[in-house]
Design a protein around this ligand. Sequence first.
Ligand SMILES: C[S@@+](CC[C@H](N)C(=O)[O-])C[C@H]1O[C@@H](n2cnc3c(N)ncnc32)[C@H](O)[C@@H]1O
Length: 305
Amino acid sequence: MGVALSMPEPTKVVNVASVPQRSPFRYPGGKTWLVPYARAWLRSRRDHVEELIEPFAGGAIIGLTAACEGLADRVTLVEIDPDIAAVWLTMLNGGGPWLAEKIAGFKLTRESVTEILSSHPGSTRDRAFATIIRNRVQRGGILAPGAGLLKKGENGKGIRSRWYPETLAKRIFNIVATRDRVNFVQGDGLESVARNAHRKRVAFFVDPPYTVAGKRLYKFSDIDHARLFGMLSRVAGDFLMTYDNTEEIRHLASDFQFETRAVAMKNTHHARMTELLIGRDLQWLNPRCFSQPVFPEFGPQTPPG
Ligand SMILES: C[S@@+](CC[C@H](N)C(=O)[O-])C[C@H]1O[C@@H](n2cnc3c(N)ncnc32)[C@H](O)[C@@H]1O
């Protein structure tokens, strides 16, 4: 593996304001804080990455960053939720300018939102627009059923507090500009891992849905985590996974002899916490940025041999 790169200080949380926000989604569990780590990971590789695959794309901040910053020749995003898929399909298949204009021209009120959210969009484009609206007005950006609408919102601005139409339109146009290098697949992320397992110059960035304490953030969240770990243990290429730092996941990582590092981040409520980075080889992480020598009870971090 390549050289370790300079990284944020151990106890410092990545300042997300310094990271370009390229996704039109607000995403529960969005990975903006992880961008500096993903950059270091992709740059540390001896061979340039031919394709970065993000099998659980969501708002796909890492895939978009890689495409915009030339960290991989090509990027493939995979997502199973048809509402989220509609947004990617629209942006990447010629509907981007339509979507951007529709957003820029929308007068967002509680009534206009209710009308959009109770409609049954017939086309992929209309579905994409409704998804963007829903993502902006539901609490925490949660698209799973049952999430309520923003009430007070930020600064008492209520339902409009996360509505930045010009910014969204700009991000969509920037995504349209990456169309020749970004591919979107609506489907099962596990299948995409299996299909590409034999390819050496592929890298997988894996951020699966993971439910802690019964909190349901995504419409599709039933993943066989042990199966995913098993599949990744057999890929010829490289991977980087990120998970909530739980005992279950630390055990799984240890079972497959993957390396783990806890990194500091702030959650959506600005509470400091750690998240796990998991890989076959995390040498690229400068030791100074480990938040602590993690989980000695599971033995050495680096598997022997
Ligand atoms: C933790 S989120 C990803 C967040 C993303 N990294 C970001 O920066 O926005 C997980 C995503 O996986 C999607 N998902 C759930 N099951 C899936 C499956 N079997 N295949 C593909 N995507 C799936 C969910 O709909 C959700 O959007």
